[in-house]
Each structure stands twice: as C-alpha cells, then as structure tokens.
Design a protein around this ligand. Structure first.
Ligand SMILES: NC(=O)c1ccc[n+]([C@@H]2O[C@H](COP(=O)([O-])OP(=O)(O)OC[C@H]3O[C@@H](n4cnc5c(N)ncnc54)[C@H](OP(=O)(O)O)[C@@H]3O)[C@@H](O)[C@H]2O)c1
Length: 134
C-alpha cells in the first residue's frame, strides 16, 4: 500500500515500503522512530485496511510527517468529501478528541490506480516526489 519515491518516477504499482541503505543500516527501537519526520503515500485509504492504517500511523507515530492518500472521485463525491468521509468514521473519534490537529496531516491526492500514471496531476506528482519517502 505504500509507494516509494523511486516507484513514483515510473508510476508502476509496486506495493512496497522502500528503505534507503541508511535506513537499513540504522536500527529503530520503535516503529514510531522510523516514521518520525517522514511522509508517506498510501492507496486504498477509503477502504477497510486503509482507514485502519491511517488511524494507527497518526495515533502511534506522533512525529510522522504528512500522509498523502490517493483518492478518486466516486459516487458524486469529490476529493474533499471523500476525505471527510474517511475521518468521519468512528474509528477516528478517539484521535480527533485527543489530537484534533493530527487529522490535518492527511493530504488527499486525486488519482485512479487503474489509469496510466495513476491519473495524478503533474503538480501533485511533483509534490509527492518532493515530500514522500515511504
Ligand atoms: N480486509 C482484509 O482483511 C484483507 C486481508 C488480506 C488482504 N487484503 C487486501 O488488501 C487490500 C485492501 O483491502 P480492504 O479490505 O481495505 O479493501 P476495500 O475496503 O475494498 O478497499 C479497497 C480500496 O482500494 C481503492 N481502490 C480500488 N480501486 C481503485 C482505483 N482504481 N483507484 C484508486 N483507488 C482504488 C478503493 O477506493 P474507492 O473507495 O475509491 O473504491 C478502496 O480505498 C485488497 O487488495 C485486499 O485484497 C485485505
């Protein structure tokens, strides 16, 4: 569910968590240490596993950067409405009450996995290349 920066270049739908040589050599005591200061890009955010992954990352990895999520327009709902629907799920109630600003770390990227180049705009593609490491 996570795309690495290298894979965004050719936009293949590789499902992997990419690590640099430095990351591999470095040991992390906790998962949250690994994610500290890093931004991730995930697909399937509106689905069952995607929502759980986002909630867990935001709840447990407090120093994570942004979570970019690939979302397509669907069912007459635009990107923002679909993002709102994700965070309206009761799964996010505790997080929203304890750390309301954390939700702002979720950044929607319009796209479609079934289309060439994931149908991501050039500006969004550059944004991902510039910011995402996982
Ligand atoms: N749930 C499990 O227990 C489980 C266990 C093992 C493996 N898996 C695998 O893990 C993956 C996710 O499972 P899930 O239960 O979270 O599935 P899900 O609830 O059906 O969610 C699927 C997600 O993929 C997105 N998606 C599908 N086609 C897309 C496209 N063309 N462009 C952009 N997004 C697209 C959906 O977006 P829309 O909302 O736009 O449709 C949705 O966010 C699946 O491959 C599943 O086989 C799941």
């Amino acid at each position: 569910m996570a795309f690495c920066k290298k894979d965004l270049k050719d936009k293949s739908s590789c499902l992997c968590i990419n690590t640099t040589k430095t990351d591999v050599a470095k040991s992390y005591e906790r998962i949250s240490d690994f994610y500290a200061g890093k931004s991730v890009f995930i697909t399937g955010a509106t689905g069952f596993l995607g929502k759980v992954l986002i909630e867990r990352l935001l709840s447990t990895c407090t120093d994570i950067g942004s979570i970019y999520v690939l979302i397509r327009s669907k069912g007459g709902m635009n990107l923002e409405q679909r993002l709102q629907k994700i965070t309206d799920a009761s799964l996010f109630d505790k997080l929203k009450s304890l750390k309301p600003d954390t939700i702002k770390k979720i950044i929607p990227i319009e796209g479609d996995l079934s289309k060439p180049g994931l149908d991501i705009s050039i500006s969004d593609e550059q944004r991902l290349i510039d910011n995402v490491s996982i």
